[in-house]
Design a protein around this ligand. Sequence first.
Ligand code: F6P
Length: 524
Amino acid sequence: MSKLTGSPAWQALAAHQKKAAATDLTALFAADPSRAEAFTIEAGGILLDYSKHRVGAETMRLLAALAVQAQLPRWIERMFAGEPINTSEARPALHVALRGREATFPAGRDVMSEVRGTRGRMRAFVEEARQGTLRGASGRAITDVVNIGIGGSDLGPRMLTRALRRFHKPALRLHFASNIDPADLDATLAGLEAETTLFIVASKTFATAETLENAGRAKAWLAAALGGTADLSRHFAAATANVGGAAALGVPRERVFPLWDWVGGRYSVWSAVGLPVALAAGMDAFEELLEGARAMDTHFRTAPIERNLPAVLALLEIWYANFFGAQTRAVIPYSEDLRDLPAYLQQLEMESNGKRVDRDGNEIDYDTAPVVWGASGTPSQHSFHQLLHQGTRLVPVDFVVAHERNPSPAQTALAANALAQAAALAFGNPVPGAPHKALPGNRPSSVVLLARLAPRELGELVAMYEHKVFVEGVVWNLNSFDQWGVEHGKVLARTLAPRLLGGGDAASLDSSTRALLARMRERD
Ligand code: F6P
């Protein structure tokens, strides 16, 4: 038994779970008319109603005790003090500095002047682009910007650019390409004009195969259209910690926006990786996004655990993953503009906490991050909600709903569907004599209600999930800031590519990979 599962707080929760499992949500609501109010937390523009979870006051007290036992308040302060909490890479995790206002931070190693300087350069670049004075090699104004990046260098800016669709100014159109499959960039470039297209190559390392391949193909596309003698550098900008790598591609120095080793890819949207968001919605909107995140940072640092949005979301996750055996959590935004949120959270949550050894390298005996999945409602209702309502698995759901003022009839119907799904999951629908029609209910969900789908609220939302992941990592005793599991696959792919081309020794490969390689080569 590990230190965690043998601990008093864990054991108390395990004992309490037996009682909790025997009561259902209908009974909990009937017993307490003020339940909705008691299990709702509001901070800034975000309201979390978690009353439709299988918890009572005692559950929340015991879960908070688990967080205290893990020394959550001390860990929060360690992160905000800039201590090197990413131990396997001996680095701090300073994404909060990217939205901070401190004059200097952290003690002994100020990063704020570089952060401010980069933001100032981003503003100048964004204004130039939005005023139409950013010009390509032929002198025509840039109208289309393609972000080439993958993982954290793609999912955050892609999700937020789409989420802020209503704030876009018509001058610039944003596009994204991430896959090494040429079909991705080809489809993106179809219909674009080389003379008026700018590529942002976003890569912290500037060593990621997909991104370098796509950047090279983008350059070839430009050269083919504009001629080899054209100044292609006018069509590139970069966000990277590897300034030399960007220079080697031919990105002019003044268009290289720095990143730093102290920010993880999946936490980097607040940096120059967020440039597409700023280009689409304007630098003021980007600054509001940062303000929202900063407000969530303050809430996270100061609110007591039981009233703390990220902490409560994390503890609910732990409750189901570790005490009810839930293997997955669905994220269903009732907003087409937020439809990329599940993909963004997949990386944030699963790359951060999809781990099986603790901070000290010990194998653990408890589950960590569940599989995060989802899609936008209402299309999801006509796809996988059947399983949510009547399947055999327990799948907690986050319904993310943007509250619209003066909604249109369709927007009203959208919101009604979200609330209806949450209620149907919780309270079910008994149909006597027809078990195939009955919904058992007692299926947990959160409603995360955004006051508006606007930069500030989105900043709060994303920072809320970042800190949720951090709290889980603290309780599970994980380093949430490394991702060693991704590396081996990259190395293997590099060794297999030459073998597909006919070179290299296949004898050392496993028989399955060898046979598949042979079949693929036969078809060439
Ligand atoms: O998939 C692993 C990963 O290292 C992610 O953590 C990261 O966001 C992504 O690759 C892209 O990395 P880079 O920004 O260095 O190209």
